[in-house]
Design a protein around this ligand. Structure first.
Ligand code: NDP
Length: 331
């Protein structure tokens, strides 16, 4: 495993990390979480991603119990939570968003569920149009001062909003965001590569990128229908299923078929190639993996060996194939 600096901070994060969305609390409980987290940690993964909204808080409960069972030294791993969406269990207007009140209370609740006394990373899960950015910047800095969080960041904020957060922090002498958590994969790259380019160069923000396999599409598992044991069959994930079955989803599957041929040519699995492709981008600090089975996680970690196979020629071939799909669609 290699370790990258999280932006300009001194924190070293493993270039592959592990997230609990969909899986913890919806697909399985503590014993499976322990098995997956142990597999990850034993391969050098040091960052585990979570959020208040994942399985309505159950995901944090499960990770907290798993961490207790695993008994790792606290200084050997990094844990995150995210605030904004709240949880269906707590649907009141004060129980979501990025107000000072919810940011503070959601952090306390996440710490309780995770059985930790501080979060390493704390993200604003989305921008909140109803809260001034200054209020959130100040609230995050209060948490830093209280020792409840070490670094704060954003997730899916626009480059303009991230820039505003930096400007406010500079003006007030406060700590700005250290990292952003955006989607980044072969099928979703424009925001990361184009919109965020000035944010990376000017502020040196780090990135913890999500859905490297486009929520499973880039494994090729949806090429010929939806497997019964996949997340698209889960109650509550009908929206994701519809998205994959939509015209846009079908176009992504067509691209996936073309990409599979390149993976075959270089002798790696498609998920490995897709994850390795993310790692080729130096603005990526860590790629957050998702897996519902140990076999998937072990397979995906092999992406580390695929990185050197993605030379300039293969990277160009990938780009050409992605573009040719768009051209064919326009015809
Ligand atoms: P991926 O796009 O990598 O999808 C992971 C899923 O794909 C697995 O759970 C599994 O689903 C399937 N899969 C993975 N590997 C394989 C394989 N080798 N063969 C076959 N199927 C495979 O990542 P996620 O969408 O799970 O996102 C990763 C993490 O990113 C999340 O856990 C979360 O921490 C974070 N995230 C953050 C968001 C944000 O807004 N900040 C949004 C979304 C995610 P199945 O059970 O169907 O087999």
């Amino acid at each position: 495993m290699n370790y990258r600096r999280l932006g300009r901070s001194g924190l070293k994060v493993s270039e592959l990390s592990f997230g609990s969305w969909v899986t913890f609390g919806t697909q399985f409980g503590v014993s499976e979480a322990v098995g997956l987290m142990k597999t990850a940690y034993d391969h050098g993964i040091n960052f585990f991603d979570n959020a208040e909204g994942y399985a309505n808080g159950d995901s944090e409960e499960i990770m907290g119990k798993a961490l207790k069972k695993l008994g790792w030294p606290r200084d050997s791993f990094i844990v995150s939570s995210k605030v904004f969406f709240g949880s269906k269990k707590n649907p009141l207007p004060t129980q979501k968003g990025l107000s000072r009140k919810h940011v503070q209370e959601a952090c306390d609740q996440a710490l309780e569920r995770l059985r930790l006394d501080h979060l390493d990373l704390y993200f604003c899960h989305r921008p909140d149009p109803d809260t001034p950015i200054e209020e959130t910047v100040r609230a995050m800095n209060t948490l830093v001062g209280q020792g409840k969080i070490l670094y704060w960041g954003t997730s899916e904020w626009s480059a303009e909003q991230i820039t505003e957060a930096f400007r406010i922090s500079e003006r007030l002498g406060l700590v700005g965001p250290t990292m952003e958590q955006p989607q980044y994969n072969l099928l979703c790259r424009e925001r990361f590569e184009v919109e965020y380019a000035p944010v990376f160069s000017e502020f040196g923000i780090g990135s913890t990128t999500w859905s490297p396999l486009a929520t499973g599409i880039l494994t090729g598992k949806y090429n010929d229908g939806i497997p019964k044991d996949s997340r698209l069959e889960l109650p509550g994930y009908e929206w994701l299923r519809e998205r994959v079955l939509s015209e846009d989803g079908r176009a992504k599957i067509a691209k996936t078929r073309k990409l599979a041929k390149i993976a075959e040519k270089i002798g790696v699995s498609l998920p490995c190639m897709a994850i390795a492709w993310c790692l080729k981008n130096p603005n990526v600090s860590t790629v957050i993996l998702g897996a519902s089975k140990k076999s998937q996680l072990k397979e995906n970690i092999k992406a580390l060996d695929a990185v050197p196979l993605l030379d300039e020629k293969i990277m160009q071939e990938i780009d050409i194939n992605l573009v040719s799909c768009i051209v064919n669609k326009l015809k």
